[in-house]
Design a protein around this ligand. Structure first.
Ligand code: URA
Length: 486
């Protein structure tokens, strides 16, 4: 192999260089050192890469390894280092693998790329194949982390809820996956503890912490019950494929998953449940839940329409059981689905602000949705809201009616057309019906207004106008609440 033409051997001839990475996932550090070494024409067999905690980690605790100071300095006119997009894509994941040889492999491939720019196209090349394997393993680990992190609820000293999860990744993915959890659980205070380091989000700032032990994480609380009932409810005995299930949820994750303890019993009982499902048949045979507990148990198990298997869980209504006011939205959004609570995302913020401005106490109202599951479509990594169909709203009406029957509110506020349909059983125009009470047949007053997310989609004058109309609708509801002493 010919040396790169024009390259100056600024490294001492025959010298061996040791680079110590400050952290096992410090890809930026590796990249910077690798670039300098390539520009000094140091071949891969004259560089060793050490990591914290590895044999040869003489520098544990030092911010900068002493050997770094002896690294060669590239000439000012050194040609740029070539790295194509495919290499960079694979390298960013492969660098997080726990294989101690990964940085040496990356350097070797980068070195070879300077000589064979099309190296990455050679799928039979052992180095390229190994890079692909590492990349795949890291992606799989990240996927498992997204799927199997389970939060337990604890109360912080200031009384705020804090969600803490324990997870055991195979690779150094914790920091790189922090952004995913930050986006998903933006409004929650949470921590993910792992033996490779911890991340903490307080709703504004992400902090990193040291490795943790399993005992540092709480275990067993109501959030686990939620997962268990969710898993039991989505477990479809008629579709049981044990091998597929084990590949998706390998046994090693079971010990941290509250729902996993149900698996043996669910498999054992699968045939009986399948028969029971067939026999149970039509919903007409089902009695409406007579208590809040029955409602809470039945909603997550509902399979009456296809969106019942969408999202993470059914999102129940919440609020005092003696509330005078019931507020009904359309369906949970991305954040509601993850938090298991209605109106905690962006539309919830708009709603909260307007309720407060109108003098309506959200805490005194029962807040729910016409449809209890999040219907969405994937766009890349994002879950995009999809409106429920009239049929889906009508199917979910069963639960909305059950809630209304248990609560017996005096006033119901429907946010948007889907909520109005859920309450009336027919489609009405929000603009035509807003501003006056509609009798729901039992003396309950229904007030209809726009959905807060509609306001979020508008700009300029249209937004100002609709915001004012929304505020005026809420003011009417507030006046009615006052009038009836609610
Ligand atoms: N939109 C709704 O209709 N309901 C929610 O809970 C959140 C957003």
């Amino acid at each position: 192999m010919a040396a790169r033409s024009g390259a100056m051997p600024y490294a001492a001839i025959g010298a061996h260089y040791a680079v110590h990475l400050p952290a096992p996932d410090d890809v930026a550090f590796w990249r910077e050192r690798a670039r300098a070494l390539i520009q000094c024409d140091v071949p891969p067999d004259r560089v060793s890469w050490t990591l914290p905690g590895m044999a040869g980690d003489l520098f544990a605790g030092e911010a900068l390894a002493p050997t770094d100071r002896r690294l060669p300095v590239p000439p000012e006119d050194a040609p740029p280092v070539r790295a194509n997009r495919r290499f960079l894509g694979l390298a960013s994941k492969a660098a997080l693998h726990s294989d101690p040889e990964r940085f040496a492999l990356l350097y070797r491939v980068l070195w070879r790329l300077q000589r064979f720019p099309r190296l990455m196209e050679d799928r039979a090349d052992p180095d390229v194949r190994r890079l692909e394997e590492l990349d795949k393993a890291v992606r799989r680990d990240a996927h498992k982390m997204h799927a199997f992190v389970r939060f337990r609820e604890v109360e912080d000293a200031d009384g705020a809820l804090h969600y803490v999860a324990w997870f055991e990744p195979d690779h150094h993915i914790v920091r790189s996956e922090a952004a995913f959890f930050m986006r998903r659980f933006a409004n929650m205070r949470w921590s993910i503890l792992t033996p490779r380091g911890s991340i903490h989000w307080d709703g504004e700032v992400m902090r990193e912490g040291p490795p943790a032990r399993r005992e540092d994480a709480p275990s067993g609380d109501p959030v686990e019950d939620l997962w268990r009932s969710y898993y039991a409810s989505i477990f479809n005995p008629a579709r049981l494929k044990i091998s597929a299930m084990l590949s998706e949820m390998p046994r090693k994750y079971w010990k941290n998953l509250p729902e996993a303890e149900l698996i043996p019993a669910l498999i054992a009982g699968a045939q009986a449940r399948e028969a029971a499902m067939v026999a149970a048949g039509a919903r007409e045979a089902r009695a409406m839940p007579q208590t809040w507990d029955m409602l809470a148990a039945q909603v997550p198990a509902c399979r009456d329409c296809p969106i019942a298997t969408c999202g993470t869980r059914a999102v129940p209504g919440e609020g005092p059981r003696a509330a005078t006011l019931m507020i009904v939205g359309e369906q949970p959004g991305d954040q509601e689905d993850l938090a298991g609570r209605p109106f905690v995302g962006p539309a919830g913020q708009v709603l909260d602000e307007h309720l407060a401005a109108a003098g309506i106490d959200r805490g005194a109202a029962y807040v729910t949705n016409a449809v209890k599951h999040f219907k969405f479509t994937w766009k890349g990594k994002h879950r995009l809201h999809q409106s429920p169909t009239a049929k889906e709203i009508d199917t979910c009406r069963w639960w909305l009616e059950a809630e209304r029957a248990l609560l017996r509110p005096r006033i119901v506020l429907a946010l948007g057309a889907s909520a109005a349909r859920g309450l009336l059983g027919r489609t009405v125009s929000v603009n035509r019906e807003r501003g006056r009470a509609i009798d729901l047949g039992d003396g309950t007053e229904l007030w209809i207004t726009a959905h807060p997310s509609y306001l979020l989609r508008l700009d300029g004058a249209a937004r100002a106008e609709q915001t004012a109309r929304f505020a005026a609708d809420l003011a009417l509801v507030r006046a009615r609440l006052r009038a009836i002493g609610g």
